[in-house]
Write a protein that binds this ligand. Sequence first.
Ligand SMILES: [Zn+2]
Length: 370
Amino acid sequence: MMLVCDMPAARLLAGFGHYTSDAHPCSMCKTRKSNFNHALDPEKLVPRTNKEHRQMAQAWLSAQTEDERKILYDENGVRWSELLRLDYWDVVQNTVIDPMHGFYLGICRRHCRQIWGMNASAKDCDGLWEMPTPSEEDQAAAKHVYQHGSSSTFNALKAESIRFLALEEGFDYRRNKKDLLDLLKQSAVLGIEMLTEVRKDMEKLNIPSWMAAAPNHPGEASHGKLTADQWRTLCTVNLPITLIRLWGSRPKDDRYHWMLQNFMHLVTALRLASMRTMTEEYIQRFETHMQTYLGEIIGFGQENPKAALYPHTTLTVYQHTMLHFGNLLRRFGPVHSWRCFAFEQFNYILQNIPTNSRFGTHRFEIRHAF
Ligand SMILES: [Zn+2]
């Protein structure tokens, strides 16, 4: 029996740690969040088990004080859940990663918004956002601080100096998040020129009535948040049409050609995982495409960190959980019977009922009306 909900709710209901925690972000394995970029081989992930989860939950329940519970929770990332009273229920295998949130609101959104910086007011770029190399003087100063400085002088170094040091030392330099994010906002792969091309193709395209159209002006703030359906159409229909038209005939060693190929690994993986009939062959192909997609983004398995397609990015929890997704398809079959779309439609219906947008007054009004 499956527990189907979005990630925050699933974690709470089943007694798992929060998905943003570093120590226990995944409900299926024990990979730390800070290690996501180095844990792309599914064979090497240490799985969680129902038996161990239940032992930890029982220990948490039996703890005598709140402090004791906190220590246990920090260590194990497990709390008691009333659902554990169902003895037959395998909490690890049956707490599913919802494909609606995972595919469209998780991975598609991350690729367009964070990796490609989708923004109709940004100028277009090739997605590398290379930080400027520090001057020789700054390089020498950075090395001096690194060898002899205090932690506060080290923290005060410019982002490019820290990145330069990390590269020199052969460390992962993808940690200067804030500075890199600030740079990201200025230019984007899906900047004004690309999005104009996407819109041109959209105008010529008739999509079937059962598909939700992507917004006419993607990447413009006035359109607000896209729904899962809109991300699906944008990423699996509109973007492939335009990107193949513009980047498809570029030489094979061209960066844009690589970006297209990498993106198509994602689109293919999502298509395979959404088939109405599921077979072992589809699942294995899904796994290959998804692992290639994720691996290329961060340059997994490459000695030289520069071989990453997007060296500024780290894997998120949804991207990580895709490594477990093949097994969910094996256990539960086509996603149509266990994804959130059906339930979330009711959220949409409820949200469209006019209210006065104020909590706590409804009951009074109903009583008053009677
Ligand atoms: Zn995991």
